[in-house]
Design a protein around this ligand. Structure first.
Ligand code: GLY
Length: 570
């Protein structure tokens, strides 16, 4: 006779789909979210519990981050959403990147001597036309199941009720204090008595709650129509910006085919231009696939990774820009011939001085802040999204009466092709400013897929985003847990300046000596960088694991599915 537990076990076995019994979980046994703010992770989880899918949760997480992490991303910003729909297996990238206003000109940020000014970083003139409001509407209407009124509600509540200032907020506000003090409407929201608010101070944004409610009620019309944007445009122009009604009415999201590459049994899917992330990652993986990293000493392993970084960032500088405005030679960049031409430069005996490579007219790409979240739902839908308003607190300019803090993403263009930017990154004509153009980005939301594992990851960090994703991916491919991938110590090389920067503990003393002997210049960073958000689904053991970077204040959560019956429909 069967015992109670035996009966349960038999029932469980009968209910299990054949694919699971065969050792393959074709849908995850749990959902998971990792994001840079606990309120966003919690709100996204609430939406999943209410029956929403990963795309509904992405709406909620985006909007809550916009409210509670105002220094990183927002309604006044843009980003890239890498989407995978379990139903039809389709993967695409929703490009919600800001566009240059139609009145933008190539030299708009140069002074009378032809030198770049801070106008690309501060005030309304530095703001591109935001894509996040359109992305919220598109995610809800085209992919979600729940109405925007429901998915935006958590953000509206936090905007009205407020959130408490933490240490990270204080650091970010301190970085841009003068700018925040410049605009009284900004200072009234984000400062306290015109200074960085104390810990625990509650930041309330009732105007932003109103803006979010209008988007919830009217969709795109609530932000981009002349009725909604007339006052905004008037204010922005009065304060020195160049937005027009047609900029708002003409903003379009784009679906782009992500960049996909293969590395040792893994499929790597990442952001397409106008992000440089996918192509740079594909270049680095293509180079590294010619070496057996695992059999190398740690010093040699890092040496080859650094050389791969050097070559990928050199290509980034020369070729990458908005594919709707310049021809980005994607096929050439990813061709075996091109990769082989790079291998000729790489020697295991010495570093290749960047100056010895064919020169590139120099430029930049930056962003010390930005945010990322990773979501997997119980059906296998996934979202990897990196969103930004560029520098901490963006342009520092809030459109009066709206609560919308504008981005300063225009600074991601080459204000002066041929000159290195604040991050020392170099670029060329491909990323020069033009009306309606999207600035080149480093944001690299990524999926890694293997027969046994699926990884969703990404991070903020300006020019270092791509190398952080590379190192995180290599760690995940070695079997690292979500926690190990998120907390991994980092190093970075970006072609110019020709040096390796690294976090404390990333390179041991003896490895540092080895790299120095090979000719690498090393520079330890004073503080850690990045804020990686990782979700891993191990299909072999049917386990979902998530982690938020310990360097940040975010959180990760896993929601086990109550039923496995839908876990492997096929
Ligand atoms: N604003 C940062 C980036 O797009 O790379």
């Amino acid at each position: 006779m069967l015992t109670r537990s035996g009966l349960l076990s038999l029932l469980f076995t009968l209910l299990l789909p054949a694919a699971v019994l065969a050792g393959k979980w074709t849908a995850p046994p749990a959902a998971a979210i990792a994001s840079a703010h606990p309120a966003a992770t919690e709100a996204g989880m609430r939406i999943l519990r209410q029956g929403g899918n990963a795309f509904d949760a992405a709406v909620t997480v985006t909007a809550v981050l916009a409210v509670a992490e105002p220094y990183s991303s927002g309604i006044g910003g843009g980003g890239f959403y890498l989407l995978h729909k379990a139903g039809d297996g389709l993967t695409s990238m929703l490009d919600a990147r800001e566009r240059a206003p139609f009145e933008a000109t190539r030299d708009m940020y140069l002074d009378s001597d032809g030198e770049p000014t801070s106008a690309s970083l501060e005030g309304p003139l530095s703001a591109g036309i935001p894509g996040i409001p359109a992305a919220l509407v598109e995610l809800a209407n085209a992919h979600g199941r729940l109405p925007l009124q429901q998915t935006l509600q958590p953000a509206i509540e936090i905007a009205s009720g407020g959130f408490a200032v933490d240490e990270h907020y204080r650091r970010m506000a301190n970085m841009r204090l003068e700018l925040l003090q410049r605009y009284p409407q900004t200072a009234a929201i984000f400062l306290h008595e015109n200074q960085v608010p104390p810990l625990g101070h509650v930041v309330r944004q009732p105007d932003l709650a109103g803006t979010l409610s209008r988007i919830a009620a009217y969709g795109n019309t609530g932000f981009y129509s002349p009725l909604a944007s007339g006052d905004m445009v008037e204010q922005i122009r009065r304060d020195g910006g160049i937005w027009s009604l047609s900029d708002l009415a003409g903003y379009r999201l784009l679906y782009r085919e992500p960049v996909t590459t293969h590395y040792r049994g893994w499929r790597v899917t990442s952001a397409a231009p106008p992000s440089s992330g996918g192509i740079a990652l594909a270049t680095m993986f293509a180079i590294l696939s010619h070496y057996d990293l695992e059999s190398m000493s740690e010093g040699q392993r890092y040496h080859h990774i650094i050389e791969a970084m050097r070559h990928a960032y050199r290509d980034r500088a020369e070729y990458l820009g908005d594919p709707d405005h310049v021809q980005v030679p994607v096929d050439k960049l990813l061709s075996e011939e091109h990769v082989r031409s790079k291998l000729d430069w790489i020697s295991s005996d010495e570093a290749t001085p960047s100056a010895s490579l064919p020169p590139v007219p120099v430029e930049g790409a930056r962003g010390t802040d930005t945010t990322h979240f990773s979501i997997l739902d119980g059906e296998g839908n996934r979202v990897s999204a990196t969103l930004s308003i560029n520098y901490p607190f963006g342009s520092g300019y809030v459109i009066p009466g709206t609560g919308i803090l504008l981005n300063d993403e225009m600074d991601d263009f080459s204000a002066k092709p041929g000159s290195p930017n604040g991050y020392g990154l170099v670029g060329a004509e491909a990323n020069a400013i033009a009306p309606g153009k999207r600035p080149l980005s480093s944001m690299s939301p990524t999926f890694l897929e293997h027969e046994e594992r699926l990884v969703i990851l990404g991070t903020p960090g300006g020019s270092r985003i791509i190398t952080m994703v590379l190192l995180g991916a290599l760690e995940a491919m070695r079997g690292g847990t979500a926690e190990q991938v998120a907390s991994l110590r980092r190093l970075h090389h970006q072609y110019l300046p020709d040096r390796v920067v690294f976090e404390e503990g990333a390179i041991s003393g003896s490895v540092a000596d080895e790299l120095t002997l090979l000719g690498h210049e090393l520079q330890q960073q004073e503080s850690p960088y990045g804020n990686m958000q990782v979700v891993i689904w191990d299909k072999e053991i049917g386990q979902v694991d998530a982690a938020s970077d310990p360097r940040g204040a975010g959180s990760a959560a896993v929601l086990p599915r109550l039923s496995v019956a839908r876990a492997a429909a096929n």
